[in-house]
Design a protein around this ligand. Structure first.
Ligand code: SF4
Ligand code: SF4
Length: 225
């Protein structure tokens, strides 16, 4: 899933400036699962903004809607009859949401209410960790099922670096050295030979380095599925 954090309230207040009527637009996708952009969080943000603006002596009228997803134009179109009732919209979806909104409703102002951070999952209640950097050519099978691109601070494909110490990464002492974990797993499996030798260069054009990416499924476009 995509993991995000809600922006600080002062930052959202600065974005909406003196707008008098705004819409908080949540999303039932990933941001609901990571507790930043669902129904509950949208309503909490609306209340917090109302109180803050009241304290400034500048009352604001705020409504809340939550779409099934904001990364799908079918759902984004569902606000077409109400969007012009508002001066601006604060989207609590990942960074895709406010862009889909901005593209569909070109004359309106959409503000990102969250900071989109990474692809990951919950390792315990309230803690999410990064697992994937979306490189476009997954090769974790070469590394014991662990991703050195997303999880090594230096994205090393031949690790560990000289700073790995007692299983901890030198860049962030709160993080395991994933290369230590890869080597340990391979040693336990008696497969250290897999890590020997020099691997072929990775083709980074499938990652962000090749510019914005597109996924095309001809069978869906043709309507065969
Ligand atoms: S190798 Fe690439 S696609 Fe696979 S988990 Fe790592 S970043 Fe994600
Ligand atoms: S200590 Fe490990 S995880 Fe950290 S940068 Fe070096 S190899 Fe990567």
């Amino acid at each position: 899933m995509i993991v995000a954090d809600r922006k600080p309230i002062q930052e959202i207040l600065a974005m909406i400036k003196a707008d008098k009527k705004i819409l908080i637009l949540g999303c039932k996708g990933c941001v609901t699962v990571c507790n930043v952009g669902g129904v509950k969080e949208s309503e909490i943000l609306a209340s917090t903004l109302k109180i803050a603006r009241k304290q400034q002596g500048n009352d604001i009228d705020i409504d809340v809607r939550v779409l099934e997803r904001q990364c799908d134009n079918e759902y984004v179109a569902q606000i077409k009859d109400i969007v012009n009732d508002y001066e601006s919209v604060v989207s609590l979806a990942c960074g895709v949401g406010p862009q889909f909104l901005s593209e569909m409703y070109r004359e309106k102002k959409f503000y990102p209410g969250v900071n989109t951070t990474f692809f990951g999952g919950a390792v315990q209640h309230g803690i999410w960790e990064e697992r994937c950097a979306g490189c476009g050519t997954c090769s974790i099978h070469d590394f014991g099922g662990l991703c050195p691109i997303a999880r090594c601070a230096k994205s090393l494909l031949h690790g560990p670096c000289g700073g790995s110490s007692k299983g901890i990464c030198e860049v962030n002492p709160d993080t395991i050295c994933v290369w230590d974990a890869i080597v340990t797993k391979k040693m336990e499996a008696g497969e250290m030979g897999d890590l020997m030798g020099v691997k072929a260069f990775k083709d980074w054009r499938s990652a962000r380095d090749g510019g914005p990416r597109k996924s095309i499924r001809e069978e869906l476009i043709q309507g065969n599925i």
